[in-house]
Design a binder for this molecule. Structure first.
Ligand SMILES: Cc1cc2nc3c(=O)[nH]c(=O)nc-3n(C[C@H](O)[C@H](O)[C@H](O)COP(=O)(O)O)c2cc1C
Length: 379
């Protein structure tokens, strides 16, 4: 199998087969089936919300590449009159800088430096994208769900329910009509905002927002994933946040770190180190929690497995889909395809190699002759 993996890595560098999950099942007897927000997926690799899911062309390319799911760029909620409490987040910024970053532990990774925030076009435009995402999800092509930043009040304020209602109802109508799956973003930029300083505020948001979104959907059924931020309150507060978010249908753990000096969000190994530390604390606390999707510095199959061992049933990448082309071993295909090629098939750091290693170490076992990705969280 190792020899076949080396051969597959080599030949798929010239083009990845569309049904690579089927190939992996047949050739290696590894079932990569995964889950995100209640959706069964052929494998665990998806795209996190951001600048890479702004239009239908990007969605179509990712579907063609075989990505398992995509979260659309975060839209800023508005009420029926078009008023947005979080208006400051809808700023326009196109320049992104992809650069290396050294972590406190001395490891070199990648980060994207960017000063923009949420969706900066009209809500109507966003609904057009949501319609396409809904169709794609229903047709079985690829799961694609919207992401929203709704009003978040101070402790002595109430939620602007009109904003929740108008936005959620319209998204539900556009995406499917009867069902809506979405992410609620507690953005990395929010971590630099004075509003987010108080733990009591954050806890209240996490406790109340899932139910508020569900009852704001005009009768449609909503599945809500909360994308949790890295707050400025130390590791133990990350665990408190997961506990407070018990009412959500899924959690995305955890969005980028905030650099107060530079006024930007960042990633790299500081991000994955912190996320994995916090998820390890969540695992050992054995609390009741929603299903997890991991995000942060996923740049290899091995890192996917680090998140999976701590309970994540899928992962969401952004930075790794933005590297200079010379960083990918594949020479053909879109960035998404080249990224998938190395994430899955790299003979040392890929997901297949990592699954075989886990088997060798006795941490996962074949059932009916197959290894299963979804056994990794229980390993
Ligand atoms: C340029 C850029 C824009 C992003 N925009 C959003 C966003 O609008 N909403 C959101 O929830 N996350 C956003 N993210 C966070 C990513 O979805 C992802 O969770 C995070 O970058 C960690 O993954 P990574 O290390 O693979 O980049 C953005 C990230 C980047 C780099």
């Amino acid at each position: 199998m190792r020899a076949q993996l080396a051969r597959d890595f080599e030949r798929f560098g010239d083009g990845l087969p569309r049904d690579f999950a089927g190939h992996i099942r047949e050739a290696y007897h590894i079932d990569l089936a995964a889950r995100y927000l209640g959706f069964p997926l052929p494998h665990p690799i998806g795209k996190g919300s951001g600048q890479l899911s702004l239009n239908q062309e990007q969605l179509e390319n990712d579907r063609a590449a075989g990505l398992a799911f995509v979260v659309l760029k975060t839209v800023i909620a508005e009420d029926a009159a078009g008023v947005r409490a979080m208006d400051a987040w809808a700023i326009h910024e196109t320049r992104m800088k992809v650069e290396t970053v050294r972590s406190a532990s001395g490891l070199e990774g990648w980060t994207v430096t960017w000063k923009g925030r949420g969706w900066d076009r009209s809500f109507e435009d966003y609904l057009g994208l949501v319609r396409a995402a809904g169709e794609m999800t229903r047709s079985g092509g690829m799961v694609a769900v919207p992401s929203v930043k709704y009003h978040l009040p101070r402790v002595d304020e109430s939620f602007r329910e009109g904003e929740y209602r108008h936005t959620t109802e319209r998204l539900a109508r556009a995406w499917d009509g009867e069902v809506l799956a979405l992410e609620k973003d507690f953005s990395p930029t929010l971590a630099g905002d004075s509003l987010s300083d108080e733990r009591a505020r954050i806890t209240r948001w996490l406790e109340e927002v899932p139910a508020l979104i569900r009852r704001s959907a005009g009768g449609a059924t909503v599945r809500v994933a909360l994308k949790l931020m890295n707050a400025r309150h130390g590791d133990s507060f990350q665990l408190d946040m997961v506990e407070a978010a018990a009412g959500a249908d899924g959690l995305v753990c955890f969005n980028r770190l905030w650099s107060a000096e530079r006024g930007v969000a960042y990633g790299g190994y500081d991000l994955s180190d912190r996320n994995l530390r916090a998820l390890a604390a969540v695992k050992s606390a054995r609390i009741h929690r929603p299903p997890l999707s991991g995000t942060g510095n996923v740049a290899s199959g091995r890192m996917i497995l680090e998140y999976a061992k701590l309970g994540c049933e899928s992962v969401q990448l952004h930075t790794f889909f933005q590297l200079p082309l010379s960083e990918y071993p594949a020479t053909v295909g879109s960035r998404t395809q080249r990224a998938l090629h190395t994430l899955l098939f790299h003979p040392e750091s890929g997901l297949v190699a990592g699954m075989l290693d886990l088997e060798q170490a006795g941490r996962i076992h074949r059932r009916d002759g197959e290894l299963h990705f979804l056994d990794v969280p229980h390993s």
